[in-house]
Design a protein around this ligand. Structure first.
Ligand code: NDP
Length: 306
């Protein structure tokens, strides 16, 4: 029976961990706010523990899903840390959308102890996590991936080996930078059209059968912006972090990437304006404020007219 630990029961970590709470797995869960781990264990086939060290004891696979790589790095050291108990031969699978430099720093002390490391960020959102259909972008050794693939397959449908440690992080950051560009660009276009007298429903209907379409125009704007629903599924603060990682990647590689740098600035501004708990699609609200029109009509406070 695979012995697995899951650390980080946030918006996406919780539905991912649910797929590991199964009778043929021995699952331990840890969360910084202990009440979340206790609630998870009460509702699922899992055991809540109070420290990362306790979570990692006797585990074959430890999965982490925290906001940033530095948060994962901070779980390693000390008497309560993962390194205190994680056995040689085990693998740390980090599903955080992280950064390559910190992932390499995490992998080094693990390797010294004979512990494997994979950066394994995911895409597909909370709904993909709930359905167990996430795409998982792997950085690290292919043989290590082969050993833990059955565990990752519990929540991942498409599992892609991208390269050495950090390659998964880099690809995930670029994907999310494209998401950010689509959100911002779609918002700018729809605000301009709104002011020109073209309704968002009409604009999206045309764009979504034309070459300008994207996940933003096909799903996010119709379901979340035009409706003013703005559900909180993926924090804007985290998308700001992702675009920052992509912009840094471009700088490290010394490529000219003005659009990545600008998108990073725009999302930092939106994050600053809307705060830590805003959803990523709410960046459209900043574009609306700057443009002086609400997508889908409605008053300045953002309530739809219909
Ligand atoms: P949330 O903000 O919802 O949850 C964060 C989790 O990390 C919580 O369990 C929180 O614990 C814990 N945490 C925060 N800071 C620390 C810390 N310093 N030390 C230990 N634990 C900490 O984030 P998400 O679940 O949305 O995202 C997690 C990762 O997955 C991020 O890297 C994100 O970019 C990525 N991701 C998210 C997606 C989404 O749709 N939400 C989609 C794809 C990737 P506590 O309960 O104590 O606050």
């Amino acid at each position: 029976m695979p012995r697995v630990a899951f650390l980080g029961l946030g918006a996406i970590g919780t539905p991912m961990a649910r797929h590991l709470a199964r009778p043929d797995f021995d699952l331990a869960v840890w969360n910084r706010t202990a009440a979340r781990a206790e609630a998870f264990a009460a509702a699922h086939d899992a055991r809540a523990v109070t420290t990362p060290a306790e979570a990692a004891r006797d585990r074959d696979v430890v999965v982490t899903c925290l906001p940033v790589s530095r948060d994962v790095e901070s779980l390693l050291a000390g008497p309560d840390g993962l390194l205190a108990t994680m056995p040689a031969g085990a693998v740390l699978v980090d599903c955080t959308s992280g950064d390559a430099a910190t992932s390499r720093r995490i992998a080094a002390p693990l390797a010294e102890r004979g512990i494997g490391f994979l950066d394994a960020p995911v895409s597909g959102g909370v709904s993909g996590a709930e359905q167990g259909t996430l795409t998982v972008m792997i950085g690290g050794d292919e043989a290590t991936l082969a050993r833990v693939r059955p565990v990752i397959e519990c929540f991942g449908k498409k599992i892609v080996h991208c390269g050495a440690v950090g390659a998964g992080d880099a690809l995930k950051a670029v994907n999310n930078a494209l998401l950010a560009m689509h959100i911002w660009g779609t918002a700018e276009g729809l605000v301009a059209l709104e002011k020109a007298g073209v309704k968002a429903e009409v604009a999206l209907d045309v764009i979504n059968t034309s070459s300008g379409r994207s996940n933003a125009s096909m799903n996010l704007f119709p379901e979340r912006v035009v409706t003013r629903a703005f559900p909180r599924t993926f924090r804007l603060a985290l998308l700001d972090k992702d675009v920052g990682i992509a912009a840094e990647l471009a700088r490290e590689q010394r490529i000219t990437a003005p659009l990545l740098q600008l998108t990073s600035e725009l999302f930092r501004m939106a994050h600053h304006e809307l705060g830590e708990e805003a959803d990523h699609v709410e960046a459209a609200r900043v574009v609306e404020r700057l443009g002086g029109a609400i997508i889908g009509g409605g008053d300045a406070a953002g309530s739809a007219s219909t």
